[in-house]
Design a protein around this ligand. Sequence first.
Ligand code: ZN
Length: 371
Amino acid sequence: MTSVPGPTTIDCDIHPSVPGVKTLLPYMEEFWQESFVARGIDGLDLQSYPPGAPITARADWRPEKGKAGTSLSAMRSQALDPFDIGLAICNTLYGGQIAVSETMGAAICSAVNDWIAEHWLDKEPRLRASIVVPAQAPLLAAEEIERKAIDKRFVQVLMPVACEMMLGRSYYWPIYEAAARHDLPIGLHAGSMYRYAPTSTGWPSHFLHDYVAHQQTFEDQLLSLVTNGIFLKFPTLRVVLIESGVTWLPGFLWRAIKTWRGVRAEAPWVKESPAETIRRHVRLTAQPIDAPPDPKSLDRVINQIGSDEMLLFATDYPHWQFDGDAVLPPGLNPSLIRKMRHDNPLATYPRLKEVIPVSKATIPPVKETIQ
Ligand code: ZN
């Protein structure tokens, strides 16, 4: 990793893994405990990362047995310590949003949130987490936000980028309203509820295509949020695109600006350039960083984006996005590195500035890590 002395590094995308449904049963009502066991439902990891796919876990981070990301001690020794991470946001990817049943989806998401609090946040003061919500049931999602927002260690609301419809639709507004009320950004992670093919021309044949195709979904959802006036309706709301890649943004902004100028009459409430709205409200995690190896090319991309406040440092551990300690691309401007790893995350996630009260005797205060 490029070493730059300075304040705490904040990892905005790290992935603990749920070992399996059995792990979640203690956090479910009796009805759901019986349902999952009697119906033999398990293996809900397919939201975006099949457990055996090479990019799901870097080879040197993959355990001999079991799934990568299930061990806190491995996370400490493989990511938190070597990358000198002071705070990390856990984005748990499990099948809560895949369930077609709204109430089953809500039961999985609630169990994931309670499990992550007890088994990860209570045990490691450097960790924070996203509230996983059932996007297939926005009212239940809003209830889950209300239930967990009281715990200040939850700093974001997490959904897959590919949901059941465009995210600007009013169907989703209860989620945004609840998130905005608690000053929680909406995190859209690469992943799908798999109601529709990830391309507009059908299902791809391989996971390779599925993962690459997410870029267009990010573009579509972003423009849906802007043109449906979400950031006018919820002016304090921020959206974080997680694992979207970065270099598509300048070309996308150019097309959005040019077309908005020509046909803005159909959406008169969009009074400013989409680029201005996006620069103010939208952030992107910088892993994978899909830039050419030449540092000058990346510099050019950052200049074309027109803001050094949009990129957030992330390892995406244990997913295989880089080798060795190359979590940041070479040649980045030191001031941009500082912004990515500290200033921008703090501005995006206000709750990271809070000193968390010690509710459990095992949790030391973390004030020194967030100054
Ligand atoms: Zn990720």
